[in-house]
Design a protein around this ligand. Structure first.
Ligand code: SAM
Length: 236
C-alpha cells in the first residue's frame, strides 16, 4: 500500500494510486453544501446537527476500533474524531475529500489543544473492497451514503465483514420523504450521481434487519448488528 503525505502529520494510505474519483473535482463544492444549514433544510428538510448527533451515538457506542466509510471531508465527524479516544480509520474513494478530512480533524485538535489523541488513519479505498483483515472494528459508521448504491445487501455484507462479533453498523442515506427531496433525488439520479431513489421502507428492507431505523426529513438512519457477512462481495 502506497502512502502519500500531504501534511507533516497526515498521510493517506492507498492502493488506488491517483485514481480519479467522482468526488475529487467537486470536493470543495460538496464540502460547502453538506455543512450549509440552508441547503440541508431546503433540499432535504434536515440539519447538519442531525448527522453529527447520529455520528456521536455511533462513536459513543463502544471503545474499540472505529471505521468510518464514505467519510468524505468528515464535515459532521471531524470534531468528534478529533476528540475521540477510539482508534479510528476513515475510508473514502476520493483523495481530495480525505485531504479535507485530515485538515479538518487537525484543526479541531489545534483549536482544542488536543495533543494525546487516539490514532487516526486515512485510507483511500472502495468500501466494497476494503483492504483490512476481517472483523477488526467494533463500530462501522457511514453517513449520507446509502443512496449512492443500488446493491445495498452487497454494501451491508462488505461492511459486516469488517465488524467484530457484537459490533454494530451505523448507516445513513437519503430517501424519498418529501416532494422537494423526491424531485432532487430524481434529478441527481438522472445526472448519474446517485442510485435509484428509495422510500424509507424500501431502504429498511434492503438493509436487512436494522435494530433501529428512523428518518429525519429525507435522511434515514439505521443501526444493524454484526451478523451474517456472507453477501457476495470481493474478498482479499
Ligand atoms: C455524499 S458524500 C458523504 C460524505 C460524508 N459521509 C458526509 O456525510 O459528509 C459520499 C462520499 O462517499 C464516497 N464514496 C462513494 N463511493 C464510494 C465507495 N465505493 N467507497 C468509498 N467511498 C465512496 C465519495 O467519494 C464521497 O466522499
Amino acid at each position: 500500500m502506497i502512502s502519500a503525505t500531504f501534511f507533516s502529520m497526515w498521510r493517506i494510505d492507498s492502493d488506488l494510486g491517483d485514481a480519479d474519483a467522482p468526488y475529487d473535482r467537486a470536493a470543495a463544492v460538496y464540502d460547502r453544501l453538506v455543512r450549509s444549514r440552508a441547503y440541508n433544510r431546503l433540499a432535504w428538510s434536515t440539519s447538519p446537527d442531525d448527522y453529527a448527533e447520529f455520528a456521536a451515538a455511533a462513536i459513543a457506542s463502544s471503545d474499540g476500533p472505529l471505521l468510518e466509510v464514505a467519510a468524505g471531508s468528515a464535515a459532521a465527524t471531524a470534531e468528534l474524531h478529533g476528540r475521540a479516544r477510539r482508534p479510528t480509520t476513515l475510508v473514502d474513494l476520493s483523495r481530495a475529500m480525505l485531504e479535507r478530512a485530515g485538515r479538518r480533524i487537525q484543526a479541531t485538535r489545534d483549536d482544542h489543544q488536543i495533543v494525546t489523541a487516539a490514532p487516526i488513519r486515512l485510507v483511500q479505498a472502495d468500501l466494497l473492497d476494503l483492504p483490512f483483515p476481517a472483523h477488526g472494528f467494533t463500530t462501522v459508521l457511514g453517513l449520507g451514503f446509502t443512496h449512492l448504491f443500488d446493491d445495498l445487501p452487497a454494501v451491508v455484507g462488505a461492511l459486516r465483514r469488517q465488524l467484530a462479533p457484537g459490533g454494530e453498523l451505523y448507516l445513513a442515506g437519503l430517501v424519498t420523504q418529501t416532494l422537494r427531496g423526491n424531485g432532487y433525488l430524481r434529478l441527481l439520479h438522472r445526472a448519474g450521481q446517485v442510485a435509484r431513489a428509495m422510500t424509507a421502507e424500501s431502504l429498511r428492507g434492503a438493509l436487512g434487519q436494522p435494530i433501529r431505523f428512523g428518518t429525519i426529513g429525507c435522511m434515514a438512519y439505521a443501526t444493524l448488528p454484526a451478523g451474517d457477512d456472507r453477501s457476495p462481495t470481493h474478498t482479499r
